[in-house]
Design a binder for this molecule. Structure first.
Ligand code: GDP
Ligand code: MN
Length: 345
């Protein structure tokens, strides 16, 4: 294992040997992991894989966030599994609680109704706190105030390809502010009024976007496409902007985080659709990734990808989520077809 302090030394050595280098410093960036103590076991293999595929060459720090205190065991085992800097922090309680404009009884009735309708996490209050936190609060954490970029990681996710360049630098250099690897359809019952509120917000604030229609059906409803936020590399400066934050406040006051079950993924996606230019969104096609039962790998079209990716056979053949009926990648590819054809030629 490598000592993070030696990275500079190693670069110096390489320079002295005449190996050409881009003498880049690390981006102002951090992994952000919202996690519970009981998820330690499923997180450790994720951490090992992320280090091996990427971070043992870059040593970006990790920030672990929890609404409860982290256990000694959690902190010790995580710290022992990486040479990178780790910080364990508690979430401020006002970032994880019901605002006073929500009637708790009414919210409980809404949860019970959704539970009876067998909506996944429909009856869960903690899941709603999590979605609201990821929508409007994590980027306000005091420990992220001087950080420009984050990479969100969840316990249990897997990475199938070596990432041998710095995606934060890539984003910075290419004027990207938000990125994804998987995009898919949201469960409609979790967001019955999110689209309506979003359109209302755009109208009230005279916001126009030349690609918001990407998220609309031909009848003008939400087509349910969103970027899956369990993997995200994005700009904290953007999330901290007044534009993003006032959209979040508007949604929060519309009560849908508690009276419905709005996910942070469609919230981030619709915010990107209305506030960012389409070209500021990046699809990391070269990142092989799995979260729970959905995984994807790039099509292995050249020797470089062949060397970098070790994809499970079923992902290569029939189970690649890119080709699943609920994947929105075909829509994304047709929206961005100009770029794809430029790249291929
Ligand atoms: P799913 O991916 O939508 O099925 O939801 P998860 O259960 O994976 O939760 C999303 C992320 O939030 C994961 O990183 C979880 O570890 C984290 N998370 C979910 N609920 C809680 C909670 O109550 N407390 C904490 N600290 N983390 C949570
Ligand atoms: Mn998850």
């Amino acid at each position: 294992s490598e000592d993070p302090k030696t990275r500079k030394d190693a670069l110096m050595e390489m320079a002295q040997l005449g190996i050409p280098l881009n003498f880049e410093s690390r981006a102002s960036a951090s992994f952000v992991v919202l996690i519970r103590n009981k998820e330690l076991k499923s997180f450790l293999p994720t951490l090992r894989k992320l280090e091996q595929r990427f971070n043992n060459r870059f040593h970006y720090p990790y920030l672990f966030l929890n609404d409860k205190p982290f256990s000694k065991e959690f902190m010790q085992k995580v710290a022992a599994s990486t040479t990178s800097n780790v910080t364990f922090a508690r979430i401020p309680s006002d970032h994880w609680s019901m605002p006073d404009f929500i009637d708790p009884d009414e919210a409980l009735r809404a949860r019970n109704k959704m539970k009876a309708a067998h909506v996944i996490y429909g009856g869960s209050l903690s899941y709603r706190h999590m979605c609201r936190f990821n929508s409007g609060f994590f980027y306000k954490h005091p420990l992220l105030q001087n950080v420009d970029w984050y990479w969100r990681v969840e316990p249990g996710v897997d990475f199938y390809c070596d990432i041998d360049y710095d995606p934060f630098h890539f984003m910075e250099r290419n004027n990207k502010l938000y990125s994804f690897v998987v995009s898919l359809k949201e469960i409609e019952k979790t967001i019955p009024s999110l689209w309506e509120h979003t359109l209302e917000y755009m109208l009230e604030n005279n916001i126009t976007s030349d690609w918001m229609s990407y998220f609309a059906t031909k009848d003008g409803d939400y087509n349910l496409c969103h970027f899956w936020s369990n993997f995200e590399i994005a700009s904290l400066r953007w999330l901290r902007s007044d534009a993003y934050d006032s959209y979040f406040k508007y949604l929060d006051e519309a009560k849908g985080f508690f009276m419905e079950r709005w996910g942070d993924a469609p919230v981030h996606s619709l915010a990107a659709g209305m506030l960012l230019e389409r070209k500021q969104i990046h699809f990391f096609d070269d990142i092989g990734y799995r979260h729970e039962k959905f995984g994807r790998c790039p099509e292995i079209t050249n020797a470089d990808l062949e060397r970098k990716c070790q994809c499970p056979k079923d992902l290569v053949n029939f189970d690649n989520f890119d080709y699943h009926k609920d994947s929105c990648l075909p829509q994304w590819k047709s929206l961005t077809s100009q770029e794809w054809s430029n790249r291929d030629s």
